[in-house]
Write a protein of this length. Structure first.
Length: 117
């Protein structure tokens, strides 16, 4: 499985961005998918995940502002980010959990989101 994330960019605080992650392979619909991020000088952290049945989980820091969704027909997972804050600045990565065991087996290359105050 190959994952390609895109949609990052620069935005002012309070603005919105939508990230997309396109996956190759025929079994995308059975994977749990996740978004993670890594800010400069910090460790990578969990942002949101979505199961094959579209159940979602969010990190407390983004709950109510970010929305994860998926379109299995397009092999794509999305992260809608609203009310962005400067502390959301990071490289965002999508990842696929093949066995639904919360271990992410495949990672995309990351897309940079910069939020200015």
């Amino acid at each position: 499985v190959q994952l390609q994330a895109f949609g990052g960019g620069s935005v002012q605080a309070g603005g919105s961005l939508r990230l997309s992650c396109a996956a190759s392979g025929r079994t995308f619909s059975s994977y749990h998918m996740g978004w993670f991020r890594q800010a400069p000088g910090k460790e990578r952290e969990f942002v949101a995940s979505i199961t094959w049945s579209s159940d979602t989980v969010y990190a407390n820091r983004v709950k109510g502002r970010f929305t994860i969704s998926r379109d299995n027909a397009k092999n794509t997972v999305y992260l809608q980010m609203d009310s962005l804050k400067p502390e959301d600045t990071a490289v965002y990565y999508c990842a696929a959990d093949r066995e639904s065991d919360h271990i992410y087996d495949y990672w995309g290359q990351g897309t940079l989101v910069t939020v200015s105050s």
